[in-house]
Design a protein around this ligand. Structure first.
Ligand SMILES: Cc1ncc(COP(=O)(O)O)c(C=O)c1O
Length: 408
């Protein structure tokens, strides 16, 4: 399952008779049942129903116009040729500066590798850190593409539950229990998709201690670092002994409403940037210079519209949690970060998939069953906050009508 409207496809066997590599099965999408809800909603929309889609994590805001202008100017100015594989120096420097502002860690431009979004950065990082026989520990529920990324490198994914009763906060003891001699990487993502959980300083220190003790890499996907509603964003890279074993992944997709630009990065220690650069060379051959020029502008200025977007997400989050908590059979802990709210439907007597399917059929509202992201989110639904407030109010009205009907 992905954040996009088209689910990953499973390979079709036997069509041409020619074999595919084993990679094709390792990267095949999962969570098809969850995306069935979205597919159902698409069909209803095609039939003319007024469907509200809150299934996808794409910010419903425009890229700030000076960033768009910068890209246009760059294209007109001939910035349409090959550039260095790891990113242009200005952008690597701008990312290093931003990384310091967001995480508190000082890094050099040489630590930064620019790629096509956090996704390509994550993929490349995992390809350079883990391989067949290695285990990657990744808490579930989790962002849907992780499984295929770990599959692509041939490593084995090891689950650690994030529990609803802990507000989906990670328990370092659960991670400790998952560690084996084959463990190579701990892959975390806070603020978290799908649950909106963040991480406390104690939890983070607990994880850091495990990484130091068992000599693990820590890959930290921080794409929602600027969307924190409670407290402050915390990154493992600043903890003692962690700078040399932590890779921070981020992008402009969420922070600047720029997912279609495909601009992200890895901030990595030691020789890893060089390895990532080699992978970038054989896979991407660099990132478009006009997009990188625009990204420099995005990172170097303050934008009122971005501040407003973050403020608006906070309003939406408060409003949705308040509305859901006033309804029978469902509840919602306000997300601490990200742009998703988890709705607890366990008291409804329906499973996540039953609830989501009946809701889309009855009320033309598309939200995703939590278990599509991992078994620990069974009993929950993930609702994206990526629609204007009036539309979210309408979505809440629809949920209210649905649960009131169930409650009769
Ligand atoms: C947790 C997480 N990581 C990575 C990504 C991919 O982000 P990007 O658009 O920068 O590739 C997403 C997108 O939804 C996400 O939710």
């Amino acid at each position: 399952m992905t954040e996009h409207s088209v689910p990953l496809k499973r390979p079709m066997d036997g069509q041409s008779g020619l074999p595919y590599s084993s990679l094709t099965t390792r990267i095949a999408g999962r969570g098809a049942t969850a995306w069935a809800v979205h597919g159902r909603a698409m069909r209803l929309a095609e039939q003319g129903r007024d469907v509200i889609f809150l299934s996808v994590g794409d910010p419903d805001f425009d890229t700030p116009s000076p960033v768009v202008e910068a890209a246009v100017d760059a294209m007109r100015g001939g910035r349409t040729h090959y550039v260095g594989m790891s990113g242009i120096p200005e952008l690597r420097a701008a990312v290093a500066k931003r990384h310091k502002a967001v995480t508190g860690q000082h890094v050099e431009s040489e630590n930064v590798v620019v790629m096509a979004g956090a996704q390509a950065s994550l993929y490349s990082t995992l390809m350079c850190l883990a391989g067949p026989g290695d285990e990657v520990i990744a808490p579930e529920p989790r962002y849907a593409t992780y499984e295929a990324v770990v599959g692509a490198c041939g490593a084995t994914m090891v689950d650690v539950p994030l529990r609803g009763e802990r507000g989906f906060h990670i328990d370092p003891d659960d991670v400790a229990a998952a560690i084996t001699p084959r463990s190579r990487v701990l892959l975390i993502n806070f603020p978290h998709n799908p649950t909106g959980a963040t991480i406390t300083a104690d939890e983070l220190e607990g994880l850091a201690e495990l990484c130091r003790k068992h000599d693990l890499w820590l890959v930290s996907d921080e794409v929602y670092a600027t969307m924190v509603y409670e407290g402050k964003h915390l990154s493992p890279c600043t903890l003692p002994g962690m700078a040399d074993r932590t890779v921070v992944i981020s992008s402009l997709s969420k922070s600047h409403a720029m997912p279609g630009w495909r601009l992200g990065w890895a901030v990595a220690p030691g020789d890893l940037p060089a390895h990532l650069g080699n992978l970038a060379q054989c896979m991407l051959f660099g990132t478009p210079p006009f997009i990188q020029d625009a990204a420099v502008v995005a990172l170097s200025r303050e934008f009122q519209e971005i501040d407003k977007m973050h403020e608006e997400f906070r309003h939406r989050r408060d409003m949705v949690a308040q509305r859901i908590n006033a309804m029978p059979l469902v509840s919602c802990r306000p997300p601490e970060g990200s742009m998703f709210a988890m709705i607890d439907v366990r008291d409804s007597g329906l499973s996540s998939i039953e609830f989501a399917t009946r809701l889309v059929d009855a009320e033309a509202l598309s939200i995703l069953p939590g278990d599509g992201f991992g078994p620990s989110a069974e009993g929950y639904l993930r609702m994206s906050l990526t629609a204007p407030r009036e539309r979210l109010e309408e979505a809440c009205d629809r949920i209210e009508r649905f649960v009131t009907g169930l409650n009769r």
